[in-house]
Design a protein. Sequence first.
Length: 157
Amino acid sequence: MAAERTLIILKPDAVNRGLCGKVLARFEEKGFKIVGLKMMWLGREILEKHYAHLASKPFFPDLVGFMSSSPVILGVVEGRNAVEAVRNMCGVTDANKAAPGTIRGDFALSTSRNIIHASDSIETAKREISLFFKDEELYNYELNNKQFLYAGDELNR
Ligand code: IDP
Ligand code: MG
């Protein structure tokens, strides 16, 4: 099976509450490979593209204001079934309802200040990764322990 890639954004609450290291560690500990990572201060224009499907929602102005209130950390995470698995690790949108053990369930209690964004489908992931990362900002490399992460028929790159 081909390796999947998904976009994560550690939101301003994660940055300002000093939680980025802990959140990134979860993906490393799970076995995912980080193939892109950077800090950016996102402006209104790119956020309006990223969240275009939510433009008509009453919370949209607050969402854009919040997401542009400080720098964020953007990452691209690669591995088996990455899109679905990373979403599951994040938990549901309303952090108060997110299961303990998930990132939102363990670190937040708000519907909007919920620590992390993760792409919700393979198609969305492709679009979001190309919105925030240039090709040369994404790295192809081998994890030296991949035979301990995947069975032979699961090995990708
Ligand atoms: P997701 O982040 O779990 O995929 P989406 O529905 O895509 O959730 O919404 C994007 C972001 O918009 C959420 O992570 C959250 O920050 C914010 N948001 C979503 N629904 C609400 C709401 O009902 N009230 C306030 N903010 C919301
Ligand atoms: Mg979403």
